[in-house]
Design a protein around this ligand. Sequence first.
Ligand code: NAD
Length: 361
Amino acid sequence: MELTRRDFAKLGTLSLAARFAPVLNAQAAPKKKIGYAVIGLGRIADHFLPGAGLTSNSKITALVSGHRDKADRIAAQYAVPSGSIYNYENFDEIAHNPNVDAVYVALPNSMHAEYTIRAARAGKHVLCEKPMSTKVAEAESMIAACKAANVKLMIAYRCHYEPTNLRAIRLIRDGALGQVQAIESSFGFNMGPNEWRTNKKLAGGGPLFDVGIYSLNACRYLTGEEPAAISAYASTIDHDARFAEVEENVAWTMKFPSGILATCSTTYGANMPGYYHVHGSKGWLQVDNAFVYEGLHLRGFVNGADIDEPNPARDPSHFVAEAEHFSHCIQNNLQPKSAGEEGLRDMQYITEIYRSAGISI
Ligand code: NAD
């Protein structure tokens, strides 16, 4: 039986409130919103900040940046007090800020491990951007640090919380395509000059770490299986300053235990809108714009009929769902769907893809 506060007030006038008091206390006690510190006020933070603000259970309570002027501007937008603005040097003082429950790590890839571990040691839960790290060993240390501090770790795989991707997974699990035989997926873009993404020390590697990871992760969530074998090629065609340190293209094939074959590619040299196409014995599905913030579109032939389902949701809906999920897990002591172990698995497969392509990372 669910009671609203108005119902409860009415019961009070009928002297019945006492009888239902335990029910109201258990079901209606509002949970405190989870306060987030955002580290790295770059492009992705610009999507997460409004997304978290639109949830029912999260709010922005601190900022961490090397640029005080930028932090002050954003702090004014989100009513973050100036005492809750940190820089990379005094970040550990966040341990003493009771308004910060969790930290969102939105820094270049190679900084994820350090700031996740420092946040955990400060007693804060961690939502870390993908890719989880640049090395398998770093990912393992991040998981260990969060376990030791008894805080939760979630990797920000926003597609795990996005309705069109979830619908594709459901159709496949329900057998609407018959036996899945093959998947094709790609995601890439034409990289501009002077980006940290082409600095191997900061990025770990090229487009596989950055955007190819979406195809890799999608093949795993679409099949519900872990790849049993991987083979890959990498190349650099435009030998300009952009690709002095990281490769330009990667293509790889994965064989899953059921026999499903997935063929994926990623690039920093061409516009390659993220998509996947799943071929089944009785049908097919394709999601266009599968990995971007809006404009996702599911088409297919499933359960013997055509489907065509554009998703009208707009940015920052993915970030709302992601923050809502992590805050819910913190409030209710649940394991996040995309916990650290999920990021670690991708790191292991990324390492194997590079090994197969003859690139050391
Ligand atoms: P960005 O360059 O726009 O922002 C990076 C932030 O880190 C900036 O605020 C910058 O000042 C700060 N920073 C601190 N030290 C730095 C250093 N040494 N070099 C460069 N910047 C430094 O990058 P971004 O696009 O926001 O990416 C940040 C992270 O988010 C990356 O790990 C990326 O893979 C991830 N990302 C995720 C998504 C997604 O959809 N989930 C999308 C884009 C990026």
